[in-house]
Ligand binder design. Structure first.
Ligand code: KDG
Length: 339
């Protein structure tokens, strides 16, 4: 695997220890380098958001912290990159919450199908004490969650048939993210799901190892899945947040000033990413149809049927996620709907 830095030239020391006894870099003019990698490609709003993060951090630290950006899984898939953060060989990644649940099971609360009715509710719940409290849980895994970004509502595509109701899932070989709840939920719908890293997905669809997958329209379009997929339905079965993650050992060594800069930059760049992502998800469904995909709308009745089919799976996972977390999230959703 050849690693090409897409950002600035490498800094003088990569996430190096500054050698001070306190572990703080205040007073030190040594350059630090943040290696930041994502799974999606450089066309995706997630990468544009990452470039925004780079711009803010390099400007505000006056070049003291450099950010090297990598896309398309050049540094690995979500799970591998998260592990890289834990061991300290990489400083930033922005995974979907689903694979993160393998590190902190409570994140699977966002895998509950049909949890969020729209992005307004998602925004409020993620900003709530419960949403922010989940980010705190990452610290026990040597990770710091600096902000929620957005992947978005996931929709099913496949090469076999139009999906409009539960019956249409029967036997379909679907790739899921590496997440047990997703796997069980698609089994409950009658599909034949396989967990797989995103980096392997395109080839698996091309070679017919899987018939389909699920991702937001922006990903389906920008990763050119339409070249190997025929049907798309607005299942909107899960809203995937992204979490902007930083290696805790790297973060802990930053001065208070630089900690504040990276935190604010992750939030600021996240706002920009969300805006671009929402525009993208809105315009790309039409583009997918222009590329020859057939679009099938799911009726509310049929969506309700899908929700019922996966309810036993949700019940099964409640204790693993944490009864309190599930209850609090449901409360926040109800509260957000009324506002
Ligand atoms: O950069 C993020 C991607 O690696 C990943 O999270 C995309 O939703 C995704 C998937 O299906 O794996």
């Amino acid at each position: 695997l050849v690693l090409a830095a897409c950002g600035s030239e490498g800094g003088s020391s990569s996430s190096g220890d500054d050698g001070s006894a306190s572990g703080s870099d205040s007073g030190s003019k040594e350059t630090k380098t943040i290696k930041a990698g994502i799974g999606l490609n450089d066309k995706h709003p997630q990468y544009k958001g990452l470039l925004k993060f780079k711009e803010i951090v390099e400007k505000k630290t006056d070049g003291q912290i450099k950010v090297e950006t990598y896309h398309s899984g050049q540094l690995g898939d979500d799970r591998t990159m998260t592990e890289n953060l834990q061991t300290g060989s990489q400083e930033v990644t922005i995974p979907s919450t689903a694979p993160l649940a393998n590190f902190v099971p409570a994140f699977s609360v966002f895998d509950i199908p049909f949890l969020f009715p729209n992005t307004e509710v998602a925004d409020k719940v993620l900003a709530s004490e419960t949403g922010q409290g989940l980010l705190k849980k990452l610290e026990s895994q040597n990770l710091v969650g600096l902000a929620y970004w957005e992947n978005g509502f996931r929709d099913v595509t496949n090469s076999k048939r139009a999906i409009k109701s539960v019956e249409d899932f029967e036997g379909l070989k679907l790739r899921t993210m590496e997440n047990d709840l997703h796997l069980d939920a698609f089994n409950a719908l009658g599909a034949n799901p396989t967990p797989m890293a995103f980096t392997e997905l395109f080839t698996a669809m091309q070679q017919g190892t899987v018939d389909g997958q699920e991702n937001p329209y922006a990903t389906i379009y920008l990763q050119k899945f339409y070249e190997v997929q025929k049907h798309v339905s607005n299942t909107h079965h899960v809203y995937s947040p992204f979490v902007f993650l930083m290696s805790k050992s790297f973060y802990d060594k930053l001065s208070d000033e630089n900690k504040k800069i990276v935190e604010e930059a992750a939030v600021e760049a996240g706002k920009y990413e969300k805006k671009l992502n929402r525009e993208a998800n809105e315009k790309y469904l039409k583009k997918l149809q222009e590329e020859g995909m057939t679009y099938t709308e799911i009726s509310e009745e049929n969506r309700e049927e899908m929700k019922e089919a996966v309810q036993p799976v949700v019940d099964k996972y409640k204790s693993k996620i944490g009864e309190d977390v599930v209850e609090n999230i449901y409360k926040e959703v109800e509260k957000a709907k009324k506002e």
